[in-house]
Design a binder for this molecule. Sequence first.
Ligand code: CP
Length: 321
Amino acid sequence: MRNFISSNDVNNIDALVAKALQYKADPYADRALGTGKKIGLLFLNPSLRTRISTQVAAMQLGMESFVFNVDKEGWAMEFAEGAVMNGTTVEHIRDAAPVLGSYFDILCVRSFPGLQDRASDYAETVINQFIKYAGVPIVSLESATLHPLQSLSDIVTIHEQWKLTGQSKKPKIVLSWAPHIKPLPQCVANSFAQWVNAWGQAEFIITHPKEYTLSETFTRGASIIHDQDEALAGADFVYVKNWSAYENYGAMPGDYRNWMLNNQRLSVTHAAKLMHCLPVRRNVEIPDEILDAPNSLITTQAANRVWAAQAVLSEILNAHS
Ligand code: CP
C-alpha cells in the first residue's frame, strides 16, 4: 500500500480487517516495525477520534507522532496551481508539502469539503496535492469526499459483531439518512457505501429522502429505498448519518425531522445494532433512547478506530521498509 485514500487502495479488505483484529488481540505485536519512524498528522479541520486513535496506533507500532493543527497554527495554504497569491493565502502546497515530506515517513491529512463547489470538492484537490508534492505515503484522515479509516473501522465492527451471532447468512445493513441542523459533508456516507460495496459481504440498503441522493460512484451495488420503514425491515445493522444534498450541492432541502429514528420504529429490524461515526447531535440525529441502549455500537466503533489505523499504518510501513 502506497497511500490510503479509499477502498481502492486496498487489495484485500478481509485481510486488512483480520490484521486490525490481530492488533486488537495483541496491540504491541509489531512494536518494532515503526521504531525510528515519524508520522505527521495535519489537521485543516477539527477531530477527536481520528486524531487520537491514529496517534495511539502509531505509538503501538513504535512510531513517534507529531500533530499540526494547520487551520489554527499554520500559514494559510494555497492549493491552486498557478495561483497569484495576492490574497489571504500565504504558503503554497508546492512549497509546504515537500518540506513536510522531508520531516516525516508518513503524512496524514484531514481536510473537509467547502460544500460550495461540487466539482472542486469531488476533485479532491487538497489530498491529491499532498500526494503529488509530499514524496511520502499519504493517509487520509477524512478528505473532501471520503473517510476511509472510519469505514475500515465500521467494517471491522460489523465483521466482529456478526461473527458473535454465529449466523452464516450475510447481514442486512441499512445506511439511514438522519436530520441535522446544518449541512454536513457526504464523506462518511460515500465512504461507508464504497467500503460495504467493495467488501461484498452484506445485503446493503441505503435509505434517504429523495433529495439526498449520493453520488452513484460510491453507491453503485446498493439498493436505494426512499421509504425508511420499508428499508429498515429485517435490518441487522442500522448505520445512521446525516449528509447534505449532492445534486443541489451542499443544500438541506425539505423538512425531514421525522427521519429521526426511535425504538418503536426500529422494532421492524432484527434487533439491529445501531451505528454512527460520532460526533452525534443527540435528539436531533438520534434520540438518547437509541444511543444509550444495549444495541448501540457507537463506542465500539470509535474504539475500533485504533485497530483500523494500526492495520493501515502497518501495511504502509511494511511496503516501505
Ligand atoms: N468519526 C470521526 O472521524 O470523529 P472525529 O471527527 O472526532 O475524528
